[in-house]
Design a protein. Structure first.
Length: 281
């Protein structure tokens, strides 16, 4: 059971280094960085966080397949994995449809693109020569000159039933978005259908500790509920008192999450909420 912390996309990028260094001194296992359209690049954020720390695993959550040529993505991931062996987890996802259309990158078949991207990236990271003429990915006899000795795990950031099944087939783990609760995890595990015990289930969840939690998180919760297609009251989060937040994290672990990655919503002193959660845990 791992505990991660997300560096929120709305925090100024220059705060990543002190944030990462402070987190490296705690008992937290992971630091997760974000790649969302218009915010920051996930590869550069991962490199920054890895260079600023010595212990933490850094998770890329997540690289949109439509924006990332699989050969280039494998080159970037291999570079990070060689320089920081054993400390990288690479998430790849569909990318938000509206954002992909904004930049002219909407794929004809999101499922085919994600499956072919993950399959080819994993093969390249293993040091294989890859030829693939798929529905979306076209590679002709390419390989990495410097493949990593220890290939980083590649996880799929997905939420729909067909995408979850895809993740179970081709990825080494699945990243679930904020709002997924303990009651949903057993069913999601079944949809993933991965027989491999090493398939890591990562669950992102909002974190806010304080008496103002309900009001502070309302707007975020309503937007996430609409995206997930659930009622706002069904959006799970680690919020309220430190003990209530810790209880949610423990419930997610108990329901099948291998890693719970909390996303502090406070822009001022977000690590204060992490420290309170750790004390309660």
């Amino acid at each position: 059971m791992r505990l991660g912390v997300m560096f929120d996309r709305d925090l100024p990028p220059e705060q990543l280094i002190p944030f990462a260094k402070a987190l490296d001194e705690t008992s937290v296992d992971d630091l997760w960085v974000v790649e969302d359209l218009g915010w920051t690049g996930g590869i550069s954020s991962s490199a920054t966080a890895l260079a600023a720390t010595s212990r933490l695993r850094v998770g890329l959550g997540i690289a949109p397949a439509p924006l990332r040529n699989p050969m280039l993505l494998a080159m970037e991931l291999a570079n990070l994995a060689r320089v920081h062996p054993g400390r990288l987890a690479a998430g790849i996802g569909h990318g938000a449809g509206d954002w992909m259309r904004q930049v002219g990158a909407a794929p004809r078949s999101p499922l085919a693109l994600l499956e072919e991207t993950i399959t080819s990236v994993r093969a390249l990271l293993r040091g294989e020569t890859v030829t693939l003429h798929g529905r979306s990915v076209h590679l002709d006899g390419v390989s990495l000159v410097h493949p990593p000795a220890e290939a980083p795990p590649v996880l799929a950031g997905v939420k729909g039933p067909r995408s979850l099944a895809l993740s179970g087939r081709v990825a080494q783990g699945t990243i679930l978005p904020e709002g997924v609760g303990p009651a949903q995890l057993p069913g999601i595990r079944e949809q993933i259908g991965a027989g491999d015990e090493d398939h890591e289930l990562v669950v992102f969840t909002y974190l806010h500790i304080g008496d103002d939690a309900a009001g502070f998180t309302r707007a975020m919760v309503e937007g996430q509920a609409a995206w997930l297609g659930v009622a706002p009251e069904d959006v799970a989060m680690a919020a309220g008192t430190a003990e209530e937040a810790a209880a949610m994290v423990k419930s997610l672990w108990a329901a099948g999450a291998d890693t719970v990655a909390v996303r502090p919503l406070a822009q001022e002193d977000p690590l204060r909420h992490v420290t309170a959660l750790l004390a309660a845990l």
